[in-house]
Design a protein around this ligand. Structure first.
Ligand SMILES: O=C([O-])CC(=O)C(=O)O
Ligand SMILES: [Mg+2]
Length: 220
């Protein structure tokens, strides 16, 4: 058996923990109140999709949105990690999309139901290659962007996050033990919008990385 390589963390079947409404400008564009504590939800590892494979619109949605987010890859597990030690638990990063069936999410919100159908379907978590920690020395101050068919839709800086990465690692790990290979999606800045079948999505982190995905529709 070969040693596991963190640069293929998505193959390990570990948790994807997502933070919602972590940017005030995005909370506002969807008419949501600003959170006083992080809002958390999960995606299963089956949500991962890597470049070369398409994002699939779920058959039950007609309003699939992109949300570009910085993903934090956990390198050392822990429970109740302190904020001051939090960055020692980070192995690196990935550029991520939190694909969201917005019509289903609105329906779930109005009925007080969980967001699973809106957030956790197959291909709801497109990711870039693994980015080693050294390549982003200040993850609290990098620009994320996303284009649909060459049109810029999202362009935000992680400095705008309401809850910082060390705070999130500490907060989450008091509730859910973090393990090597887990991924934390840190929320999206403003500019979310719908994507259609055949659209081409391109996203990037400054001069660190870019990634490309096509959108297809699942017909059943
Ligand atoms: O669906 C939402 O608006 C919550 C969320 O994931 C985010 O803010 O990134
Ligand atoms: Mg999100």
């Amino acid at each position: 058996m070969t040693a596991r390589n963190i640069s293929r963390f998505w193959e390990w079947g570990r948790k994807i923990i997502c933070v919602g409404r972590n940017y005030a400008d995005h909370a506002k564009e969807l008419n949501n109140a600003l959170p006083t504590e992080p809002i958390l939800f999960l995606k299963p590892p089956s949500a991962y999709v890597t470049e070369g494979s398409p994002i699939l619109v779920p058959f039950y949605s007609s309003n699939l949105h992109h949300e570009v987010e910085l993903g934090v890859v956990i390198g050392k597990g822990g429970t109740a990690i302190s904020q001051s030690n939090a960055m020692d638990h980070v192995a690196g990063y990935a550029l991520c999309l939190d694909m969201t069936a917005r019509d289903i999410q609105e329906d779930c919100k109005s009925k007080g139901l969980p967001w699973t159908l809106a957030k956790a379907f197959n291909t709801s978590c497109p990711i870039s290659e693994f980015i080693p920690k050294e390549r982003i020395p200040d993850p609290g101050n990098v620009t994320l962007w996303l284009k649909v068919n060459d049109q810029l839709r999202q362009n935000g800086c992680t400095a705008q996050m309401i809850f910082s990465i060390p705070f999130l690692i500490s907060y989450i790990s008091k509730i859910i033990t973090l393990e090597e290979g887990d991924l934390i999606l840190t929320g999206t800045p403003k500019g979310v919008s719908a994507v259609q079948e055949h659209d081409e999505l391109q996203a990037g982190i400054e001069d660190v990385i870019t990634m490309n995905f096509k959108v297809n529709r699942k017909n059943q």
